[in-house]
Design a protein around this ligand. Sequence first.
Ligand code: HEM
Length: 301
Amino acid sequence: MAEGDKDTARPGPHHTGGQTRGATALGEDFAGESYHADLKGQRNYHDMLKLDQLLSAQPVITGEHDEALFFILHQVKELWMKLMLHELEAVFPHIRNDDLRPAFKIFARVKRIQENLIQAWHILTTMTPADYLAFRDGLGQSSGFQSFQNRSIEFIFGNKNRAMIRTFEHKPEIARRLTELLERPSLYDEVIMLLARRGYAIDAAVLDRDWSLKRGKNDSVMATWRDIYYDSDKHWGLYELAEDLIDIDDLFQTWRFRHRNAVERVIGHKIGTGGTSGVGYLTKATTIRLFPELWAVRTEL
Ligand code: HEM
């Protein structure tokens, strides 16, 4: 830390907010620096982050070297998904209250998380087909296809599909939670309801429908976005919201595409452990548009 930063440093897991009780000197190289050495009974980094649990939660199935990368990468991605869900849940009330400023703050964070999720595929390219095949049989029928957090994110964004819940029937609580997400309005549905509250003429059928169905393009929603994009100065907040959504859709599609390519590098066109056609299935998924009118409106401007 630069000398000038000392005053603005905030307490974190490695910083105790200026307490000096029990401080121990660091020695000659760090003259004047001290640290807390006696942590018995004190809140500390290791216990606070539950590192014993976290670092012993990596399965060893075959003991092959690259299994560690495979499991840690999945777990890291699940943690980022957990944070993304936490943020996305928090954005709903802001949209419902027509309060866009805090929503923009959350979207900025969601996008950074997505960038991290995309970046993380790079490391998978260091795993060759032979490295993966060495432990693949040990995975049985396990697959990211069974990631309930990924499916939750898809449902929240509006990529609804009831059939996807079947794979969670062995986990009734998760199946129940996914059914709840399936049957409630998606984030994009909430945005369209906001457009209607702001006075735009949105078809009644879009505002009151079976939320469990994936929606297609609608002319009244298209016309609304067209107005907003034509006169962005007048509708700045909604324009910014639309651009945030298209960023998120773009990043999500990039995530799918990078996964699809990483998978082809490793298993070619073999069938997936989850039972799908593998790369064929993943390729179809790369064409999904979460917010269809926001893409289509560009052709009309
Ligand atoms: C060598 C590494 C990997 C391979 C070979 C692989 C392969 C596949 C395949 C073939 C599928 C299609 C479903 C099926 O299994 O039949 C799939 C789906 C999926 N994988 Fe991976 N994957 C790998 C790594 C990862 C990692 C690190 C994650 C991180 C969480 C992940 C997340 C997902 C998700 C979320 C799906 C569902 C996609 C959807 O339904 O749209 N995969 N994977």
